[in-house]
Design a protein around this ligand. Structure first.
Ligand SMILES: Cc1ncc(COP(=O)(O)O)c(C=O)c1O
Length: 358
């Protein structure tokens, strides 16, 4: 979260003597709950910076129509946590640049093993290194990565010439959200095995998503790797396992879609809660991006604070379970889900067919 704050606040400075200057930015409504709170509560409600939510980021006109002379940057999370939102990165970057605005991307879920947003026109990338980037779960860290010579309407040549250096030497020093050296050491060590871990966990997730997609007690599955997902083709243009063509195992470019997915249980939030509580092997925690499989119900954890309206905006129903598949054998993960769904069917008082999710 510090990385996100450091990336965005540099564009929210007052540029005129008049301190009540209007400022706004655009952001994808499908985003991590903490980001939603940062933008809505901390920046908009407490500091008067308007956040304009983009509910359908695949609609380029929705972005274009919200930009005005007070817009400072465009911000997108893709794939989003937990709903797998995605959009045409190159088209949104082109739009941003045509207005002299930078595009900031949260690449936490894909990681650079699968997606390099700067290669597709983004200006700044933020990563939570607490998650898939490390998978160890041994600490909290974040990263800001930027291109040189980015565009912005802010008149600050040093900032535009080398944003990452600027953030490191000035705002980061002055605000102070810096890593402990020991944490930096552990984070870097974990990152060395990123590519092979993300490949393995993505393959495991494909198997688990396929199982859930075919299950009668599962209402829907959100995973970009499923060929029937509406955003599968778009995601396939962007999400590639880095260096697969140089890997003797593959020898050609290969798509991978990461290890985050979500699914909705038939019969609403009560049934989702039963499935969740019956999980034995899959760890139940408000966490993701670990080498062990982890599940949570976002409506009562990560996205609880933003309330019903915020969850509606982000498209997070109460019966949605987020699942981040780890490095276990996928058959073990599937067996755990299977037994939990069976127990739900036996225990459910709501019924599993025809009930509406809330
Ligand atoms: C997409 C995304 N961005 C940012 C964050 C914040 O990361 P951290 O917990 O390392 O501050 C999270 C946390 O879950 C996330 O999922």
């Amino acid at each position: 979260m510090a990385a996100i704050m450091m990336a965005v606040q540099a564009f929210l400075v007052h540029t005129k003597e008049h301190v009540f200057e209007e400022r706004n930015f655009l952001a994808t409504a499908q985003c991590y709950g903490g980001t939603f709170q940062l933008f809505k509560a901390r920046l908009e409600q407490e500091r008067g910076v308007e956040c304009r939510w983009i509910e359908d980021p695949t609609d380029i006109d929705a972005w274009a129509s919200r930009i005005d002379e007070n817009t400072r940057f465009l911000y997108g999370e893709l794939p989003s946590n937990p709903q797998q939102g995605f959009f045409d990165l190159e088209a949104v970057a082109e739009l941003a640049h045509s207005h002299n605005l930078p595009l900031i991307i949260d690449n936490t879920v894909a990681t650079p093993a699968l997606l390099r947003p700067i290669c597709h026109g983004a200006d700044i990338v933020v990563q939570s290194a607490t998650k898939t980037l490390t998978t160890g779960g041994s600490g909290v860290a974040g990263a800001v990565i930027s291109r040189r010579d980015l565009v912005s309407q802010i008149d600050n040549p040093a900032m535009k010439a080398d944003f990452a250096q600027y953030v490191k030497f000035l705002p980061n020093r002055d605000y102070g959200p810096n890593l402990h050296p020991m944490q930096a050491y552990m984070t870097l060590n974990d990152m060395r095995t990123l590519r092979s871990k993300v490949d393995m966990m993505s393959r495991n997730t494909e198997a688990v998503a396929g199982f859930l997609d075919a299950h009668p007690d599962v209402e829907s599955v959100e995973y970009l790797g499923l060929p029937n997902h509406p955003l599968h083709d778009l995601a396939s243009r962007y999400m590639w396992l880095v260096d697969a063509e140089h890997d003797p195992q593959y020898g050609e470019p290969i798509n991978r879609y990461g290890h985050l997915m979500s699914f909705c249980v038939e019969g609403g939030r009560e049934n989702a809660r039963i499935v969740f509580d019956e999980l034995q092997r899959i760890w139940r925690a408000t966490d993701l991006g670990r080498i062990k499989s982890v599940a949570t119900i976002p409506a009562i954890s990560t996205h609880q604070q933003q309330g019903e309206e915020g969850r509606r905006l982000a498209n997070i129903p109460g019966n949605l379970i987020r699942l981040c598949v780890g490095g276990e054998h996928p058959d073990d993960v599937i067996a755990d889900l299977d037994q939990a769904l069976q127990k739900m069917r036996a225990r459910s008082t709501v019924g599993v067919s025809g009930a509406t999710a809330d």
